[in-house]
Design a protein around this ligand. Structure first.
Ligand SMILES: NC(=O)c1ccc[n+]([C@@H]2O[C@H](COP(=O)([O-])OP(=O)(O)OC[C@H]3O[C@@H](n4cnc5c(N)ncnc54)[C@H](OP(=O)(O)O)[C@@H]3O)[C@@H](O)[C@H]2O)c1
Length: 495
């Protein structure tokens, strides 16, 4: 299946039932049910479809449908809600009450699913979406297998599991989680969702690189000086103090999202657009990253400051954060990728909360042109910079040097700018819509494979316990992060 298929081509998913474990949770109401509704609206769900919410709170189908209706009204990408369509969707939406550990709950679930197969023609095909804390993943997989709700991978009906990050909290726990899941599931049945991979601009990275001969020819250490990846948030941790204390920035953002960007930017052209061909190349990039040394790592925590004109408190004053916390809210890393393409080209990564603005971008800085012509006194020409803006305002820009009109010849850098929104005039689909469709179609290209996850943990686990320095909220990070680049004669981009 071609993962980069034209979006204009209709994609019809197969008959199936989507069972959501954790159906009373935040993810289900904010993302999953609105995504399913919009997949239906896009004409991509067959009529032989049902969705069953699995959770422990007592609730009738009617109450669940009413709550999900409110959720779609609030969170759907497309508004207002199409009531006629919703009615059709809701007729296929059910609620199943059970604790995750209760065997009887799975026996009853099996009966319910078989009855729906019979009534709706869903053919025994299943997506099990684990929208639960990850500590429950092995238990639910075990119970599903024991109740014959997961079938062997064969030609017959299929059963697949979508799991949400975190996939472990370090290398050891990620290996354990993997071993536990593999007792009950084949790797081809596990779809590890990283919703960033469902974003249009991230997918477009491959199109940009491999459908344009001009860029790919320059994509190497002969022409590129260095690469900066920035994932900046102006928000603090809000009310998620407990979550953040267990997680921190490396686990929440770098281990998954940022490392996915590194591997997509750094990979060799795959032999085909087959899921494994693409993921094989991504894995090779991760394998070639040199182990991090302390001099390549800066961790920090925000103190009070001014963001968007407002006074904000520091991390240690946030709710549910102990005053002795050493959890990082900022990280800057220097990666060296030891292969032929990238030898000598550092990848600088930075990500943080409470930075001056929200922005995610990949900036490719090309080498300086030879200083023979067009030097302006001692001032060299600016290097060309290609920026792929991932959020907000998805787009691509290229900085080039131009002559200012007039008899003198001053040279000025100008930006060629392309914005998805204004050019195509349509809002891209939500990442979850794309990814749920792909899972129903059995296309795992945009999901993380186990070796990707483990290699990323292998790189980052040694730095998880580092003691952070501090930076004022509203700044671009600690002074140590500036020094990290200054040592190499470079600077972070002004965003
Ligand atoms: N929310 C997001 O935007 C987001 C984004 C990325 C990743 N994730 C990941 O997605 C997963 C779910 O997140 P969430 O925010 O939706 O979590 P949540 O709001 O805490 O929901 C957890 C769900 O699991 C149910 N549950 C917990 N223990 C149970 C048990 N023993 N038996 C039956 N049901 C039980 C809860 O039911 P009760 O209501 O009865 O407790 C609830 O429905 C997590 O792994 C999270 O890390 C979430």
């Amino acid at each position: 299946m071609n993962p980069l298929r034209e979006e204009t081509q209709a994609r019809f998913t197969e008959p199936c039932i989507v069972v959501i474990f954790g159906a009373t949770g935040d993810l289900t109401s904010r993302k999953l049910i609105p995504a399913l509704y919009n997949i239906l609206k896009a004409g991509q769900l067959p009529s032989q479809f049902a969705c069953v919410g699995f959770a422990r709170r007592t609730k009738t189908d009617g109450e669940f449908r009413k709550e999900m209706h409110e959720a779609v009204q609030k969170f759907s990408r497309t508004k207002p809600i199409d009531e006629h369509l919703w009615k059709h969707f809701e007729d296929h939406l059910y609620y199943h009450i059970s604790e995750f550990h209760d065997d009887e709950g799975y026996v009853k679930l099996k009966q319910k699913l078989e009855e729906l197969d019979h009534r709706l023609g869903t053919k025994g095909n299943r997506i099990y979406y684990f929208a639960t804390p990850s500590s429950y993943f092995p238990l639910i997989a075990e119970k599903l297998k024991k109740s014959n709700l997961i079938y062997p991978e064969s030609q017959g009906p299929w059963s697949r599991v979508i799991i949400e990050k975190p996939f472990g909290h370090d290398l050891h726990s990620a290996e354990n989680l993997q071993q536990e899941l593999m007792k009950h599931l084949g790797e081809n049945q596990i779809f590890r969702i990283d919703h960033w991979l469902g974003k249009e601009t991230v997918q477009n990275l491959l199109v940009f690189r491999f459908a344009n001969s001009i860029f790919e020819a320059l994509w190497n250490n002969r022409y590129i000086d260095h690469i900066q990846i920035t994932v900046a948030e102006d928000l603090g941790i809000g009310t998620r103090g407990k979550f953040w204390e267990e997680t921190g920035l490396i686990r929440d953002i770098v281990q998954n999202h940022v490392m996915q960007l590194v591997s997509l930017v750094g990979m060799e052209p795959p032999v085909s657009l087959d899921a494994n061909a693409i993921r094989d190349e991504k894995v090779k990039v991760l394998q070639a990253i040199r182990p991090l040394e302390p001099k390549d790592v800066v961790l920090a925590q925000y103190t009070s400051g001014l963001v968007n004109g407002e006074d904000v408190i520091g991390y240690l004053q946030e709710k549910d954060v102990p005053s002795s916390s050493h959890v990082e809210t900022y990280a800057a890393l220097r990666l060296h990728i030891d292969n032929w393409r990238w030898s000598g080209v550092p990848f600088y990564l930075r990500s943080g909360k409470r930075l001056p603005k929200r922005s995610t971008e990949i900036a490719i800085t090309f080498k300086d042109p030879p200083g023979v012509l067009f030097q302006q006194g001692h001032r060299k020409n600016d290097p060309n910079v290609l920026v792929m803006q991932i959020q907000p305002d998805e787009g691509i820009s290229l900085k080039i040097n131009c002559k200012v009109p007039g008899p003198a010849s001053p040279i000025q850098p100008v930006k060629m700018d392309f914005k998805y929104g204004s050019y195509f005039g349509i809002a891209p689909p939500e990442a979850y819509e794309r990814l749920i469709c792909d899972a129903i179609l059995g296309d795992s290209t945009l999901f993380a494979r186990q070796d990707e996850v483990l290699l990323s943990w292998k790189l980052l686990t040694p730095i998880l316990k580092g003691k952070p320095s501090t930076y004022p909220a509203g700044s671009w990070g600690p002074i140590e992060a500036e020094k990290l680049l200054e040592q190499d004669g470079r600077h972070w981009r002004l965003i």
